[in-house]
Every structure is written in structure tokens, then in C-alpha cells.
Design a protein around this ligand. Structure first.
Ligand SMILES: CC(C)(COP(=O)(O)OP(=O)(O)OC[C@H]1O[C@@H](n2cnc3c(N)ncnc32)[C@H](O)[C@@H]1OP(=O)(O)O)[C@@H](O)C(=O)NCCC(=O)NCCS
Length: 169
């Protein structure tokens, strides 16, 4: 379940069944509490449904749902990322690092660790959308090697456009 450890941050993947449901419920409620920290957050209901599906049956048809979290040694959630994967492609739906620990490399390490896991499981390409005004996220993705492939006009409810980016892993 623990996929990597660096600088006292652990990376936990939700694709393994949770033997400790107390831990799962704690992580889920912490993740839901973090959502208001970003204007790009999906709704609480959709993330809650996503997390429940990750632990109950994370595979429906050809689609797999995966969530990874960065935790400190007290199991506090520092950040998380969710993916939907379809054979050799994975869509990065959403990534968030807690506002009090941004800019410390946690987002980048969280993504690098989850890409290693996805690669070991047959994923070859990561695709994502990012708001054209979200400079922190764009910088994060560019620093990981993502390339811009197209623009989706009025992609967000606010009317903001999204860049579509991809990375071959
Ligand atoms: C985007 C986000 C996940 C970045 O997480 P983070 O842990 O702060 O990022 P890191 O510290 O790992 O930084 C990774 C890279 O991005 C750059 N970066 C991070 N925040 C930045 C900012 N505010 N401005 C400019 N560059 C920034 C870093 O300099 C680093 O680049 P480098 O490796 O070339 O030095 C975080 O800002 C966040 O949670 N934002 C709100 C949610 C969101 O917008 N998610 C993306 C949309 S789905």
C-alpha cells in the first residue's frame, strides 16, 4: 500500500483494499476537507463517490479509478491526486496539495510516485486539462515534462479555457 517514502512524506495508493477502514474514513474526510482550498476542485459529492469506488471496486468495465495521497508520519493528508485510467491512457482528474505545505515539492513527488505506479500497471500516457489561468499547476506539469496538445474553450463553469496536456511515461 505504501509506494514510496522521502523526507518523511509517504505515498499511499487507494487501489489496494483498505484493511484498516478507520484509516480510510480518516483519509477520506481529510481529503474532502481540503477541497474548498481550490477553485478548481470538483464537488465534494463527486470526490466522495470517486473515493468510495476506489476502495470498493475500483474497476468498472475498462475504466479504473485510482487515488494517491501524500501523508506525514501522523497520517495527515498533505495532498492527493485522482486518476481514471483506460488501458494504456490515464486521465489526471485532479491534484491538490494542502495550502500550508505548497511549494515544498510535495505535488511533484506525489505525481512522480503515482506515475511510477501507473507505469508498472501498463499506463503509457497521462492526459489532463488545466485552467489557462492556473499558473502554479501549469508550472508543475511543465516541470514534469507535460506538453500542450490543444485548447478547450470555456471548459470550466467560470468560462475559463483549459489547456489539454499530455505526458508519455
Ligand atoms: C498545483 C499544486 C498541486 C502544486 O503543488 P506544490 O506541492 O505546491 O508544487 P511543488 O512544490 O511540487 O512544485 C512543483 C513545480 O511547480 C512550481 N510551482 C508550484 N507552485 C507554483 C506557483 N504558485 N507559482 C509558480 N510555480 C509554482 C514549482 O516551482 C516547481 O517547479 P520546479 O520543479 O521547476 O522548481 C498546488 O498549488 C495546488 O494544490 N493548487 C490548488 C489545486 C489545483 O489548482 N490543482 C490543479 C488543477 S487540477
Amino acid at each position: 500500500m505504501i509506494s514510496a517514502q522521502k523526507d518523511s512524506v509517504r505515498y499511499l495508493d487507494f487501489s489496494e483494499p483498505f484493511v484498516n477502514s478507520e484509516l480510510y474514513h480518516s483519509l477520506r474526510s481529510q481529503i474532502l476537507d481540503l477541497l474548498p482550498q481550490s477553485i478548481y476542485s470538483p464537488s465534494q459529492e463527486s470526490v466522495d463517490g470517486f473515493l468510495s469506488e476506489c476502495v470498493s471496486s475500483h474497476e468498472s468495465g475498462a475504466e479504473k479509478k485510482l487515488c494517491f495521497a501524500a501523508l506525514d508520519d501522523l497520517n495527515h493528508v498533505l495532498g492527493f491526486v485522482q486518476f481514471r485510467s483506460f488501458s494504456s491512457d490515464a486521465d489526471l482528474d485532479f491534484v491538490l496539495v494542502s495550502s500550508h505545505c505548497r511549494g515544498r515539492g510535495i505535488g511533484k513527488l506525489l505525481l512522480q510516485n503515482s506515475f511510477l505506479f501507473l507505469k508498472r500497471n501498463g499506463v503509457e500516457r497521462i492526459i489532463l486539462e488545466v485552467g489557462t489561468g492556473n499558473s502554479a499547476a501549469k508550472r508543475l506539469y511543465v516541470s514534469l515534462g507535460f506538453m500542450e496538445v490543444s485548447l478547450r474553450k470555456n471548459y470550466y463553469r467560470s468560462g475559463e479555457d483549459a489547456l489539454v496536456m499530455e505526458l508519455l511515461i
